[in-house]
Design a protein around this ligand. Structure first.
Ligand code: GRF
Length: 191
């Protein structure tokens, strides 16, 4: 049995999409949603989905011990970052080797790193006149957006596209590919 915790800092549309994808799966389940923001809309989504959700402040994440304890209490053995804006502490990386994945709304290694999230990414892509963008799903290590790439998908960026247009195209790729990439990563680790 794989018990997933999803970490999210904001709206949680990816978290909900992932929970829906696994809702009928008897081997992989979403057991917990964790945020660093008490007012994040992801808590509302968790309530609707019947998934427990907890909030830990930045300081708790940076230290890591309390978060690690709660993950163990919930029997978590896989972590998905879906719009989580804090760096994962080394203690969590060590406790979950190749068991933490993240999705980044661009084609890493470009447009990644500290401060590159949400609309900041899409604005930079448009400003650079890129002809394409997309998503990168990767293992998480102690550096922002630098872990081994698991999966990438691309979308075209036209000269008339606004950052909002790009965000919409990227979100569509996220919803289409993230759950399946998570499932394949979990299943391939079991072989
Ligand atoms: C997504 O664009 C994801 O790629 C990035 O943060 C955003 C989260 O959106 N890491 P949501 O909270 O899942 O709606």
């Amino acid at each position: 049995m794989t018990n997933i915790a999803i970490f999210a800092s904001g709206s949680g549309s990816n978290a909900e999409n992932i929970a829906d994808y696994f809702s009928e799966n008897s081997d992989i389940r979403i057991c917990l949603i964790v945020s660093n923001k008490a007012d994040a809309f992801v808590h509302e989504r968790a309530k609707k989905l019947g998934i427990p959700s907890l909030t830990y402040p930045k300081s708790e994440f940076e230290e890591g011990t309390r978060v690690l304890e709660i993950l163990r209490e919930y029997g978590i053995n896989f972590i998905v970052l879906a719009g989580f804006l804090l760096k994962i502490p080394g203690s969590l990386i060590e406790a979950y080797p190749r068991k933490i994945v993240n999705i980044h709304p661009a084609l890493l290694p470009k447009y990644g790193g500290k401060g590159m999230y949400g609309e900041h990414v899409h604005k930079a892509v448009v400003a650079a006149g890129e002809k394409e963008s997309g998503i990168t799903i990767h293992y998480v290590n102690e550096h922002y957006d630098e872990g081994q790439v698991i999966f990438q998908a691309k979308c075209d960026v036209s000269p008339t596209d606004t950052p909002e247009n790009v965000a919409q195209k990227v979100h569509e790729l996220e919803y289409r590919h993230f759950p399946e990439a998570i499932e394949k990563t979990i299943l391939s680790a079991q072989k």
